[in-house]
Design a binder for this molecule. Structure first.
Ligand code: MTE
Ligand code: HPA
Ligand code: MOS
Length: 750
């Protein structure tokens, strides 16, 4: 089935925040944010700005009726700076005016004097100064201390991975419209409508039932709107509360880049030990996570780094420790993979360092250590592994030896261009790592004309979740998809939702929808049995037709629905779903946190121009574990998008903050994302189709985040190409591998 949004997308008719018709009298706002990364506010002078044409009012922390607090996991983040600023871009004041332009013009007239305080931008420095947001955590399996003596090879090293700008095409934004009796409707470009609702209630000192949050769809979120969409919605609500007018804020790209957090940069240490047979016997890693100035989602992201520290390898002795380091950068946040990619980069670097030392391809070590079913993850869960299946199928389909031979032959006959190949096997756990978040509800109505409406907590952000929800309802009822409408995500229809995140949206909301539809279907079948005077077990509904013992009747779906209504049978259902069997004990750091894992193997080949340092990704060939995909077009689209986004993170996207904590890569002229010219010339996705029982919707495994990690292969492929040109060069594990870094590692001594 095609993505149900494709028709309106193509015609430009899909509704995003900026397409919502505005109510008469709508006001516009803009944030005045800190120009200094750390300091005490001495003076804030808004006098001149207030007199500017079109300015209605300027709000500061003093205007907040409830708590000046937006922290989700830890209450450590003010909405508007009160006495201190903690990062460049921290909101200090909110200008409300009759137009966007007037609000932004007034911002320039606000004056602030800040007594500077010491600025930390480096996570290791933060750790050294005791600036930790939460105490460190350690995941442990076996006993590394004793294992080192049994190792034949031991390697140590350090790695760096940089941040990543989400660059959702639709910038952050919200629109607050006051309702009667002091209530609010808030349109928000958010992955987490309930987080917006809860925080608006907290800041305005209102009960949650006074706050309706409505989300039609996002022009991309990628994790950047899981937590950080809240700020703008709450600011609009604050202004709307005081002025009793609708208030809108849709951020300029440079405001968005400057004021929002990104993927967490990490600095990490590793130590790896192997036997002569190339079995990894021991692995230790220490992760310094650059959290930024407040917790945001960092503790959860850090936890997922630990969960994925061994990627898809079985290692009997593991000790991984992570530090959540407070720095004076905008609070970093969720980004596709949620800390997993940062953990997986380090083990891949460790394996590569060992392979270099032994003068063998990394793939020899990778393959010998792939997880087997029954192996234990460092957090205690037992693997139901597809790692070898994916690797072996990739070898069958693509012939790794032949590909490597092609690369070697090319390199032997070309002096100034070199190719590199790398394999990237992945394993990603599906479930929110915080067990309680794994719950969802679905509200299904069947109307008397036979049409159906479905409401869930799922937010459509381009990943196609609405299409999947529609498929679930159409399949359970066995009716034409055109009979079904998916409603906007709204906190008045569905309460207490988890954000659409962790790749789990379709599973959680889809199974809730399946339950709701099945319950209604059962009632309809009971009506049919009664009306057609037969056993319930004889009744079947297929393609909108009622069958008895396999024989078609003259009853169709519409007739049955009307008959049920006449009999006063409920045609609505609100269903609740939580995946069974998941648990985690954070005091022991052991449990079974994931409903299941997604596996896969990618083979990446690149060509480096060894005169200029520029490069192309020739091909990414993948065998991906889809389970039994319920929508192959959408799922392959997710793979392609994830791969390109992962390659961008690993090769060209370079976030630069200076020592003063100012973002230098603050526009699209200084921050390069993959465009159509830099995507791989070839992306081939083959499916590992498994019929095994898993906890996925219709056994169709979650696909949103896992493919991003195939992009890590591009980093190691580039490294291999550089080494083909200059075998003795020493390349630090410092991602992204930009053309500048490639050039410097081609010619390290010039
Ligand atoms: N795909 C598109 N087109 N746009 C997005 O914003 N977000 C990614 C992924 N794929 C995203 C996307 C992220 S970070 C997650 S967690 C999942 O989609 C969320 O949706 P799902 O749970 O339905 O997979
Ligand atoms: N993934 C994404 N978002 C989250 C998670 C997670 O595991 N936990 C809390 N928020
Ligand atoms: Mo995705 S990072 O879990 O929004």
């Amino acid at each position: 089935m095609k993505n149900i949004d494709s028709y309106t997308h193509l015609r430009g008719e899909s509704v995003y925040l900026d397409d919502i018709p505005m109510t008469n009298g709508t006001l516009f706002c803009a944030v005045f944010d800190s120009p200094i990364a750390h300091g005490k506010i001495k003076l804030l002078d808004t006098a001149e700005a207030t007199t500017m044409a079109g300015v209605v009012r300027i709000f500061t922390a003093a205007d907040i009726p409830g708590e000046n607090q937006i922290g989700g996991i830890i209450p450590d983040e003010e909405l508007l700076a009160n006495t201190h600023v903690h990062f460049c871009g921290m909101p200090i004041a909110l200008v409300v005016a009759t137009s966007d332009e007037a609000a932004r013009a007034a911002i320039k007239k606000i004056k602030v004097e800040i007594d500077p305080l010491p600025i930390i931008t480096d996570p290791r420095e933060a750790k050294g100064k005791g600036e930790l947001i939460i105490p460190p955590r350690t995941f442990q399996l076996g006993d590394t201390t004793n294992a080192w003596s049994k190792c034949d090879y031991i390697l140590e090293g350090q790695t760096e991975t940089n941040g990543q700008e989400h660059l959702y095409i639709e910038t952050q934004g919200a629109y607050a419209v006051p309702q009667e009796n002091g209530a609010f409707r808030i349109y928000s470009s958010t992955q987490g409508p309930t987080a917006v609702q809860r925080t608006v209630a907290r800041v305005l000192n209102l009960p949650m039932n006074q706050v309706e949050v409505d989300t039609t769809r996002l022009g991309g979120g990628f994790g950047g709107k899981e937590d950080q969409a809240t700020t703008w919605a709450v600011l609009c609500a604050l202004a709307s509360y005081h002025l009793k007018k609708p208030v809108k804020y849709s951020l300029h790209r440079m405001e968005d880049m400057r004021m929002t957090g990104k993927r967490h940069p990490y600095s990490s240490d590793f130590k790896i030990g192997l036997s002569k047979e190339l079995k990894i016997l021991a692995y230790e890693a220490t992760f310094y996570q650059n959290a930024g100035a407040a917790a945001d989602l960092s503790p959860a992201v850090m936890e997922r780094t630990l969960f994925h520290c061994n990627n898809t390898y079985f290692i009997p002795n593991v000790k991984a420790t992570a530090f959540c380091c407070r720095t004076n950068l905008p609070p970093n946040t969720a980004f596709r993979g949620f800390g997993g990619p940062q953990g997986m980069f380090v083990i891949e670097a460790a394996i590569t360092k060992a392979a270099d030392a032994l003068n063998i391809p990394a793939s020899e070590i990778q393959q010998k250590n792939l997880l087997q079913t029954g192996d234990e993850f460092p957090y205690g869960q037992i693997a139901d592994s597809e790692a070898n299946e994916c690797w072996n199928k990739a070898d069958e389909q693509f012939n790794i030896k032949e590909l490597q031979k092609g690369v070697d032959e090319f390199n032997a006959s070309n002096k100034n261009h070199k190719k590199g190949l790398a394999i990237m096997p992945i394993c990603f756990g599906i479930s929110f790592t915080k067990t309680l978040m794994n719950q969802a509800r679905s509200l299904v109505h069947v109307y008397t004309d036979g049409s159906v409406a479905v409401s869930t907590g799922a937010v459509e952000m381009g990943q196609g979740v609405n299409t999947k929800m529609l498929q679930v309802a159409a399949s359970v009822f066995s009716i034409d998809p055109s009979k079904i409408k998916i409603n906007t995500t709204n906190t008045y229809r569905i309460a207490n939702t988890s954000p659409s995140a962790a790749s789990a949206t379709a599973d959680l909301n889809g199974i809730a929808t399946e339950i709701a539809c099945t319950t209604i279907l059962q009632r309809l079948k009971e009506v049919a049995a009664e009306e057609l005077k037969t056993e319930l077990s004889s009744v079947e509904i297929k393609n909108e037709r009622i069958y008895i013992d396999g024989k078609a009747t003259d009853w169709d779906w519409n007739k049955l629905v009307m008959a049920a209504y006449v009999k006063r049978i409920s045609l609505s259902e609100l269903a609740h779903y939580t995946p069974p069997g998941i648990h985690f004990d954070a005091t022991k750091e052991k449990g079974h946190p994931f409903a299941y894992h997604v596996y896969g193997t990618s083979i990446t080949t690149v060509t480096v121009d060894c005169i200029r340092g520029i490069y192309e990704v020739d091909a990414v060939k993948v065998v991906h574990d889809f389970g039994k995909s319920m929508n192959t077009m959408i799922d392959i689209g997710q793979c392609e998008g994830g791969i390109v986004q992962g390659i961008g993170w690993m090769t060209m996207e370079e976030i630069i903050y200076d020592k003063e904590g100012k973002l230098r890569s603050n526009a699209l002229s200084t921050y390069k994302v993959p465009d159509i010219y830099s995507v791989p010339k070839e992306i081939t996705i083959q499916s590992l189709t498994t019929e095994k029982n898993n906890l996925a919707i219709f056994r169709s495994k979650a696909v949103g985040e896992p493919p991003l990690m195939y992009g890590i292969g591009a980093y190691f492929a580039l490294r291999n190409a550089v080494k083909a040109f200059n075998p003795t060069t020493v390349i630090p594990f410092d991602a992204p591998m930009t053309p500048e870094k490639v050039l410097m590692s081609l010619y390290p001594n010039t």
